[in-house]
Design a protein around this ligand. Structure first.
Ligand SMILES: [Mg+2]
Length: 228
């Protein structure tokens, strides 16, 4: 791997910094707005609405807020009151102002790789929100290029790799989600390293084992240093 790679792309949410647990917290706060229903029932209804709208809203907090409103309307038999809407906006606005907490070892790893490889950040989500997080993180200085992607299918990676004047055999993706960061990258015969995070959104789960010569799984980010 070491001799072939020229460009390393990092996923952002739950690879560079904490993210998923904020969404899980937000879902539970949303569920509390419906005390007559089981939290699991509310969370499931919200997830179904998110899946229905994913193609038109894409990923990110603004789409999540619209999905909460739609779910609330559904759960209140379309008799949603403005107090409920106010609480939903509050949940969303709090998500948009969460502090950026870097994951252990991430800055030391970027410092080690910087200058040796061309480093890229490749993430899904809302453009403005991801820019905010990157700026607050203090990590922008390590990255040659930032790509906020509408989705992470093989064709989106193909476009990114082409844009970087790179080839799949010289490209390595590092991320926490098998579905978004690993499987589509291996489909192009590029390299992929998985660094799992303790919480994964149901939508990002990928249960099947992965067997590919270009795939490595590590338990913490600093374990990639001896590999590169
Ligand atoms: Mg991620």
């Amino acid at each position: 791997m070491k001799n072939q790679i020229t460009t390393i792309a990092f996923d952002a949410d739950d690879t560079l910094w904490e993210n998923e647990q904020y969404f899980r917290e937000a879902e539970l706060n949303f569920a509390k707005l419906f005390p007559h229903l089981a939290a699991s029932e509310v969370v499931k209804a919200l997830f179904d609405i998110e899946m229905k709208n994913l193609k038109i809203y894409g990923y990110g907090i603004k789409g999540f807020m619209l999905c909460m409103i739609e779910t609330a309307s559904l759960l209140s038999n379309e008799k949603i009151d403005h107090q409920l809407i106010y609480h939903i906006f509050d949940i969303g606005h709090k998500l948009l102002q969460k502090p950026i907490v870097l994951l252990d070892g991430i800055e030391a790893t970027l410092l080690h790789l910087h200058g040796k490889y061309r480093l890229v950040m490749a993430t899904k989500g809302d453009l403005l929100d991801q820019e905010r997080k990157l700026e607050k993180s203090g990590l922008a200085k390590y990255f040659h290029h930032i790509e906020v992607m509408s989705d992470k299918q093989p064709r989106h990676y193909q476009k990114l790799i082409k844009h970087l004047d790179c080839k799949p055999e010289n490209f390595l993706m590092i991320g926490n989600s098998r579905r978004s960061d690993i499987v589509p990258v291996l489909a192009l015969n590029a390299f992929a390293i998985e660094v799992p995070y303790h919480t994964t959104w149901v939508h990002e789960l990928h249960e099947e084992p992965i067997e590919h010569p270009n795939f490595v799984s590590v338990t913490s980010i600093d374990q990639i240093i001896p590999l590169l």
